[in-house]
Write a protein that binds this ligand. Structure first.
Ligand code: 3BY
Ligand code: FES
Ligand code: FE
Length: 411
């Protein structure tokens, strides 16, 4: 604790963190207690749970969590630890079950977590009071967030719901399906994974596939050096938005930019895809011929959303790409990406999986490599925190500021 207080003291606003924040196991443990077990973590999307009994298991540090759609259609979260002798109940990562049955001595739990059967326990034993321990779970128009704290901050998630649900709601996530899910494990501290995600300073040199459709200027991603050129581009962007806004309004889309503030730890921005692209594909054409339920015509918009600390999303007219980062250790981070399409879209007819996933498979791999060389370089004796760029790394600075604030509250 003293060490962390001392390190926090060394931290200078506007610069990166001292190396130990990225490399020390002791600080990782502190991150676990102060952040992963206190804040709302993005863990999944309603589109994964089509039927009742459909479940997913997600690991957050030592806790295995079951997410399951119950009889009423609600998605619940429970600790994956039997109330008998503690065994894990769900031992596969996903599946569909009528009840949750512990493999050890077959105690049976309902999908609402209640213990409903325990054999040979004698008359004095009561199932009541032996239900699975619940975990707080909230849905932001279908994006699922859990909180492992015994006393979660509902004010935080309610504010986020009010702010973000209008943006996300348009995309009707309950009418989409997961076409593909891919996990990668990055050999980098989770904060480097997030820092990399919060800037596009690295994009021009590293993301050729993304840049086929990604607007290369504006909105914190940097401007050309020549002020006249920058002004001309800004004018072009303004004109493009002036044309799109009334159209989005008429479709009922929420599209005003929602910026980070001192107490807003998430951000939404409606982007207009570049080069005439309608979707984040290599040729800019739709990745899925069946448009998402809210669209009758193709549209070149990309609602981009980022939440501290662990998610980023792109909502387009034909598919959604949604990503979560879950820290594993001080030097490993799970990055799980899902591609969602209309639930009635057919693979091979409406979409080709390789075409649908190509841009973000490549982009994620490039970002993995960047986070890994960043982590490896920080381990050098010569590393000292360098200065962030005000123009292009403002969102990184905001994330680091948020991180420091979370740590300070625990000291
Ligand atoms: O789109 C993303 O999620 C991030 C933000 C900026 C760069 N990058 C690819
Ligand atoms: Fe689950 Fe015994 S540990 S039934
Ligand atoms: Fe990137």
């Amino acid at each position: 604790m003293e060490k962390i207080a001392e390190l926090l003291h060394q931290y200078r606003q506007g610069k990166g963190l001292p190396a130990a924040f990225y490399t020390s196991n002791e600080i990782f443990k502190f991150d676990v207690e102060q952040i992963f077990k206190k804040t709302w973590i993005y863990v999944g999307v309603v589109s994964e749970f089509k039927k009742k009994g459909e479940f997913r298991v997600v690991q957050v540090d030592n806790n295995s969590i079951i997410l399951v759609r119950d009889e009423q259609g609600d998605i619940r979260a429970f600790h994956n630890s039997c109330r008998h002798r503690g065994a894990q109940i769900c031992v596969t990562e996903k599946g569909n079950v009528p009840k949750l049955v512990c493999p050890y001595h077959q105690w049976v739990y309902g999908l609402n977590g209640d213990l409903i059967y325990a054999g040979r326990m004698g008359e004095s034993f009561s199932c009541k009071g032996n239900g699975l321990k619940p975990v707080a779970i909230e849905s932001i128009a279908g994006l699922l967030f859990i909180n492992l704290s015994k006393d979660p901050s509902y004010a935080d998630i309610e504010k986020m719901k009010t702010d973000l649900a209008p943006y996300v709601g348009f995309y009707q996530l309950d009418r989409l399906k997961v076409a593909k899910e891919i996990d990668i494990i990055e050999k980098a501290n989770w904060k480097l994974v997030v820092e990399n995600n919060r800037e596009c300073y690295h994009c021009n040199a590293n993301h050729p596939e993304l840049l086929k459709s990604w607007p290369p200027f504006g909105a914190g991603f940097g401007w050309p050096d020549d002020p006249r050129e920058a002004a001309a581009i800004a004018k072009k962007i303004d004109e493009a938005y002036a044309v799109k806004r009334p159209l989005w309004d008429s479709m009922g889309m929420t599209h005003e930019p929602l910026d980070l503030t001192a107490d807003r730890w998430y951000r939404a921005m409606m982007m207009i895809l570049e080069n005439g692209a309608l979707s984040q594909t290599m040729n800019g054409e739709l990745a899925c011929k069946k448009l998402l339920p809210g669209f009758t015509e193709p549209d070149n918009s990309d609602l981009s959303m980022w939440t501290h600390f662990n998610s980023w999303h792109h909502f387009m007219c034909d598919h959604v790409v949604t990503t979560m980062a879950i820290p594993i250790s001080e030097s490993e981070t799970l990055v799980r990406t899902r591609w969602l399409v209309h639930e009635d879209a057919q693979e091979g007819v409406d979409y080709d999986l390789d075409n649908l996933t190509h841009v973000w498979v490549q982009t994620n791999d490039q970002d993995r490599w960047l986070a890994e060389i960043n982590h490896a370089g920080i381990r050098s004796d010569a590393y000292q925190p360098g200065q962030y760029s005000e123009e292009t790394e403002g969102l990184v600075m905001n994330f680091i500021g948020w991180y420091i604030k979370q740590l300070q509250s625990g000291i």
